[in-house]
Design a protein around this ligand. Sequence first.
Ligand code: FAD
Length: 331
Amino acid sequence: MSSQKHWRKLLIEERRHVDPAVVDVLREIVGPEHLREHEPLSGLTTWRTGGPADVVVRVPDLDALSKVQQVIASNRIPSVVLGRGSNVLVQDGGFRGVVITLGPKFSGIDVEPLGDSDRIHVGAATPLGQLIKAARQHGWRSLAPLGGTPGTVGGALRMNAGDRHTWIGQFVESVDIVKRDGKLTTVPVERIGYGYRHSQFPPGSVIVSGILQVERDDPSLARQAIDEHIARRKATQPLNLPSCGSVFRNPENGSAGELIERAGLKGVRLHAAQISEQHANFIVNLGGATARDILALIRLARQKVYEETGIRLEEEVRIIGDPAEEHDDED
Ligand SMILES: Cc1cc2nc3c(=O)[nH]c(=O)nc-3n(C[C@H](O)[C@H](O)[C@H](O)COP(=O)(O)OP(=O)(O)OC[C@H]3O[C@@H](n4cnc5c(N)ncnc54)[C@H](O)[C@@H]3O)c2cc1C
């Protein structure tokens, strides 16, 4: 091992938060094939940035999730859940703690007809694309604004994904979560406080499934609405490059993209990160961008828009982990 690599390994060991004995307990719970140490998070996010997490677990079932939550809580280990990683910026220093992802048992859709609507039981690991496929078949036209969104249902329920006026929370009846104490709890929609890209769940809880209620329409109308939505996306968004979608929430009565464009920042580039030439609320990774460069562009957009309009843009994207330490840049 080169001295640089050796030094880097020592640094990682020094900064780790998860005790090796706890890692063994987690490994026992989820099975050795579902636990990885020092896993680069760039592979788990659509922006393709981010340093390693101490531990990534893929929990196979509810029982394992409940136990993992209890171990994390009793050892006071920082944790974060990742779905498709399509709305997060993981910093270059990675995440000191446990990243929880959900295995295939948390995926699936069950439909219960209810008069003119359907009650949809959907697992948190279900890709939104699968929900939209079902929407085309069953005629759930009102879900069209979710068409083409790359995340999972769990991420969508947490972020309240959708467009400006329609979001998933409007169709939610209840959401099942596993809290930090390991208990499975049903949260009725009134207690989630859904608003534009906003939800409130107990800190550290993991969403495992949700129940939605959606009106049934003519499937051909649903297909048309979904196709139109996806076509609009393709025409206006840089979908050929890694991104997290919209970086900023739209301010009241305004468009974050338009404000950034008016500030003259469309196309501005820092190394391999660029404010998209196509849609100024997207920052794209041209290949090898660091989270540090992306964050610098985020700050630049926020500052310029504030100077020119007095409007303070707020990030929609979740920023996770630590910045890289200086020595990390040496190799
Ligand atoms: C090209 C592109 C287009 C996009 N278009 C849209 C759009 O039109 N509308 C929109 O709203 N978003 C859009 N997004 C953003 C993103 O796809 C959505 O927010 C999506 O719902 C995030 O889901 P995810 O599984 O990727 O969540 P992640 O990015 O993995 O996580 C997002 C947040 O949710 C939390 N989380 C994830 N899963 C769980 C869980 N099971 N339990 C508890 N917390 C959880 C994470 O900890 C994190 O805080 C777009 C992204 C891209 C890349």
